[in-house]
Design a protein around this ligand. Structure first.
Ligand code: FAD
Length: 383
């Protein structure tokens, strides 16, 4: 099915079609195996790097494609169709969440050492912000980096870090100054540094093919040159870059809703209840019509946010709205899909159960729904 938008030209449709074929042929057949193994193979990073998917928005000078956010949106929408969301999460942490800040504020040396190998899929990247005591309240983080000679000496702990069990470097939020948002900096930490440890690999409810780890920093030393941008500006960078991360989550949600819709149609037209296809019962026709209208609203709001983000430095309001709306809606769509499938929807042999579990975290990761509401309200009511 061709996904239409006033924003898409032929090149976007072509990109989507190529990607969809790749996902169908190379990823989907392995989804069950990777889900059961609890991790997709490391080689996928290399394969995605070769195809150019890990550097869509990044400059050609470092191996990127020099494109805009539209391609990231399409990548997210299509990747989820492999039915193993962890693949999308792992790859987008690499290509968007942990590396955007290096692209925007990093030095040429940092780009050569960290960004270029991440784009090629040779080094795996993770983003380390959340701590056991501080999640939504990023300004409260306690992991500290102090200057000693030519080094930062880092001490603290992180939790819920995607790609954390096998990352080659972590884009780390650490406190280099006073309490509060102005004391936070971003530092690039190679994971072979002495004192760095990977704690438990956390067992999750869904996204089974990606990893989530606790990380420890016991006086880890890295050169002062690993500071990204300016000291004390890390919180601002995080808030700025969360826009790309949130657009990514909204796009995953839209892609999953599209995939669920296709499952609903397929099953609802095949299964007969009381002598009629499920979708011929008026109850379901109207329920699905409402749902489809909301799905379209989520998609178009996300596209509007993407357009704003491409054209302006900040689209915080629009991106927060898209993230909130799409990531809450996808949970209801998954519930509807499960209900329409009856007992079969509860069985692992249908993709619904997996999607249902995976989307439970969509209102949590990349800023919770409550935090999105706070951002929207602050802008709309307080300013
Ligand atoms: C699958 C997954 C992957 C993740 N990957 C990463 C990663 O790669 N890197 C990383 O750094 N982190 C990652 N995280 C962590 C994620 O960003 C945090 O879980 C999230 O920010 C919420 O923090 P918390 O879990 O500490 O919840 P808390 O901040 O403790 O929040 C608990 C509840 O309180 C609510 N709340 C918070 N503030 C307010 C408020 N002002 N008003 C009303 N309610 C409020 C929240 O919305 C939530 O419902 C990941 C999480 C998950 C689930």
């Amino acid at each position: 099915m061709k996904i239409e938008s006033v924003y898409f030209g032929e090149e976007h449709h072509l990109f989507r079609a190529t990607l969809r074929a790749f996902v169908e042929k190379e990823l989907k057949p392995h989804a069950d195996e990777w889900e059961q193994a609890g991790l997709f193979p490391r080689e996928l990073f290399g394969a995605f790097g070769k195809l150019g998917y890990l550097g869509l928005r990044f400059p050609e000078e470092y191996g990127g494609q020099g494109l805009d956010y539209w391609y990231t949106v399409i990548l997210c929408e299509e990747l989820v169709r492999c039915q193993s969301l962890g693949v999308g999460v792992g790859l987008l942490v690499q290509s968007e969440m942990a590396t955007s800040v290096i692209n925007r504020y990093g030095t040429a040396e940092q780009k050569r050492e960290f960004l270029a190998p991440a784009i090629a899929g040779e080094k795996i990247a993770a983003l380390g912000i959340t701590e056991p005591g501080h999640g939504s309240n990023v300004a409260g983080i306690r992991t500290r980096a102090r200057r000693e000679g030519g080094d930062w000496v880092i001490h603290g702990a992180k939790i819920f870090i995607s790609n954390g069990t096998r990352a080659d470097f972590v884009t780390l939020a650490a406190r280099t100054g006073d309490e509060g948002a102005r004391g936070i900096s971003l530092i690039l930490v190679p994971t072979d540094a002495k004192g760095f440890t990977v704690g438990r690999a956390l067992k999750k409810m869904g996204t089974h093919s990606s990893d989530l780890a606790e990380l420890g920093f016991d006086d880890v030393r890295v050169p002062l040159g690993n500071l990204v941008g300016e000291a004390g500006r890390g919180f601002g960078y995080i808030m700025e870059l969360f826009q790309g991360e949130r657009l990514t989550l909204a796009s995953f949600a839209n892609g999953i809703m599209q995939a669920l819709w296709e499952e609903i149609l397929q099953y609802g037209k095949t299964r007969q209840v009381f002598g009629q296809q499920i979708v011929q019962h008026q109850y379901w026709r109207h329920r699905l019509a409402d749902m489809l209208a909301q799905m379209e609203a989520a998609r178009q709001l996300t596209y509007y946010a993407c357009d704003r983000l491409n054209r302006t430095a900040s689209a915080q309001q629009e991106v927060s709205m898209a993230k909130l709306y799409a990531c809450e809606l996808v949970k209801r769509v998954a519930e509807t899909a499960l209900q329409l499938h009856g007992g079969y929807g509860y069985m692992e042999e249908y993709p619904i159960a997996r999607f249902y579990r995976d989307v439970a975290a969509f209102g949590i990761g990349a800023g919770t729904s409550e935090v999105m509401r706070e951002i929207i309200a602050k802008e709309a009511i307080d300013r």
